[in-house]
Design a protein. Structure first.
Length: 335
């Protein structure tokens, strides 16, 4: 009986594969500080990676080893092109390719060519997933773009980066960043100070994004000269925004009337990006979200593009994507 079980039991033959990297300096960058990038790949694929000179030796099941080699080679090519490899890039590389659903397969090419880049004063920003890549294309080609999806997918970050890039290149004369001043499920009470001090806490994520792309002194100067405006959604009423790149963040917290008001501010030579997450609506119970209604009404209208993001597009900590997946499984919503 025991012999029969042993004969029929499946056996896994470990595979070993050597992958060579000619530039030792780039190999060090590929491995990451204290080999953190290798550890990330090992944990994700359940393989072991050891270094021998200018080679990385992968040990494990054949499919996982092949996948690991593919990711390492794509990330190394990224380094050869002068781009950095951060933990988020490793995560993105691991998510792309055969492990994904059919419509998301074979996406490692995004590291190998046909690059989409946003150039700002402080850094070059590039999308890390196919959905982000298409979103950036839409931002540059369409006058009105909706970016809809969960937190951490780069909707606002990429929109602000595009706004800065187009401003620096002279395509627009000013940048207008706005959000609804809605508290996230808790009442903070009255805030001290003048109007700017009262609303700035709500606008802080927009300031954070700007600080990634422009020097602080330049931001202060541009704000003083009204070439950059950061204001609550309520302040947009009655204005016509011409020759501007306008971003409305957290648009799920705009009411139907506010959304219509904001969309009709679009003036000649301007572009708009509307970003939001349908699962994080903080409006009072019974008040419909203007973002959800706008998506229903405006889908298919010429000149308007919709970019949809999923958990696979999250570029924060990998655990964020798993948290989003868990919540979506518990509370499924229609796309």
């Amino acid at each position: 009986m025991t012999t029969q079980v042993l004969q029929n039991a499946p056996t896994e033959t470990p595979t070993e594969r050597d992958v060579s990297f000619p530039d030792n300096r780039l190999l060090i960058e590929l491995c990451g500080e204290h080999d953190r990038n290798l550890a990330q790949i090992e944990q994700a694929l359940s393989i072991l990676i050891t270094r021998r000179g200018n080679e990385l030796v992968l040990h494990g099941e054949a499919d996982a080893v092949a996948r690991g080699a593919e990711v390492l080679q794509a990330l190394y090519l990224r380094l050869e092109q002068g781009r950095e490899v951060a933990p988020a890039d490793v995560t993105a590389g691991l998510r792309m390719g055969p492990a994904q659903a059919p419509e998301e397969t074979d996406q490692l090419e995004m590291f190998q060519g046909d690059q989409v880049e946003i150039r700002t004063r402080k850094k070059i920003v590039e999308p890390r997933t196919p959905a982000q890549k298409q979103y950036v294309r839409n931002l540059f080609t369409d006058e009105l773009v909706f970016g809809i999806g969960p937190a951490g997918t780069g909707k606002t970050y990429l929109a602000v980066a595009t706004a800065v890039s187009m401003f620096l290149d002279g395509h627009v004369d000013k940048i207008v960043l706005s959000r609804p001043a809605v508290e996230a499920g808790e009442r903070l009470g009255f805030l001290p100070g003048d109007m700017k001090e009262k609303v700035d806490p709500y606008m802080q994520p927009l300031y954070d994004a700007l600080n990634d792309f422009l020097p602080g002194k330049q931001i202060a100067k541009l704000i003083e000269e009204k070439q950059i405006e950061i204001a609550p959604l309520a302040f947009m009423r009655g204005r016509t925004l011409a020759n501007a790149f306008v971003v409305l963040d957290e648009a799920q917290n705009a009411t139907t009337m506010q959304m219509k008001m904001f969309l009709t501010r679009l003036g000649e030579g301007s572009r708009m990006a509307i970003t939001g997450d349908r699962t994080q609506i903080d409006l009072p119970r019974g008040v419909p979200s203007g973002l959800i209604e706008a998506e229903k009404i405006l889908t298919g209208v010429q000149g308007i593009a919709f970019s949809k993001f999923k958990a696979v597009d999250v570029v924060r900590h990998p655990l964020v994507a798993r948290i989003i997946d868990a919540y979506e499984a518990a509370h499924p919503q229609d796309d």
